[in-house]
Design a protein around this ligand. Structure first.
Ligand code: CDP
Ligand code: CDP
Length: 218
């Protein structure tokens, strides 16, 4: 089966999805990494999110590859390893802007559907249960309070980026607003998704809940 995991930034989607995939022997697909890779490329070639025609043309020259390894997923952009380059606060902000553009979404969604065709994937993002894989056999919408999500991001980044907890609260709140209010495929819970508020839950707790439910369904 396919498992869709959606939710806002910092909810724990990628960490949990990767571990669930490992326990079930599934392939993990991080769709956020694809939007980040597009943003990195478009900023390098100086094409803004509002230049729709140029974006549409440039999308044709883009090759994004996800290579899952045991501990992390590597991301390649036209053959270059950009795994670390796409994980900055600036790329988070830009990804959310390029993700509002229809031509960008259409092409990435097509790639994501191809990747899930043979089943056995755990895919995380914002629109997986609602749009990319509406027929996924299991759908989760995982979330946590803004403060908790910002705290998690702060703990993760405090040694790498010189930013305060307040900075992350603001960044997460801004991104929630952008992702929830955009016209194309906004972030929202699919009607048939299970809601899981992970505030106060450890990563292991969340993984256990999802894996147990998946084993029953199999
Ligand atoms: O992918 P998403 O933005 O939803 O979140 P993530 O990158 O998987 O998780 C953000 C941070 O929160 C990571 O450092 C996780 O280790 C941490 N986390 C946590 O402390 N407790 C959870 N229940 C889930 C994630
Ligand atoms: O890890 P985090 O939750 O911070 O972000 P991400 O999953 O890497 O996604 C970065 C941005 O890409 C999000 O803020 C969304 O705007 C966008 N995105 C999307 O629109 N649709 C997806 N399926 C995945 C990501």
């Amino acid at each position: 089966m396919n498992i869709a995991i959606d939710g806002p930034a910092g909810a724990g989607k990628s960490t949990v999805a990767r571990l669930v995939a490992r326990e079930l022997g599934y392939v993990y697909i991080d769709t956020g990494a694809m939007y980040r890779a597009v943003s990195l490329h478009m900023t390098r070639v100086c094409i803004r999110p509002d230049e729709t025609d140029a974006l549409s043309e440039e999308m044709k020259c883009l090759r994004i590859e996800l290579r899952p390894e045991a501990e992390r997923q590597f991301v390649f952009l036209n053959g270059e390893d950009v795994t670390d380059a796409i994980r900055t606060s600036e790329m988070s902000r830009l990804a959310s802007l390029y993700a509002q553009v229809g031509v960008v979404r259409e092409q990435l969604v097509e790639m994501q559907r191809q990747m899930a065709k043979r089943k056995g994937v755990v895919m995380d993002g914002r629109d997986i249960g609602t749009h990319v894989l509406p027929d996924a056999e299991m759908k989760w919408f995982i979330t946590a309070s803004v403060e908790e999500r910002a705290r998690r991001r702060y703990e993760e980044w405090k040694d790498k980026e010189n930013a305060s907890l307040e900075h992350f609260i603001q960044e997460i709140a801004d991104r929630d607003r952008q992702d929830e209010t955009r016209e194309v495929s906004p972030l929202k819970q699919a009607e048939d998704a299970v809601l899981l508020d992970t505030t106060g839950m450890t990563i292991a707790d969340v993984v256990r809940v999802i894996v147990d439910r998946a084993i029953i369904r199999k």
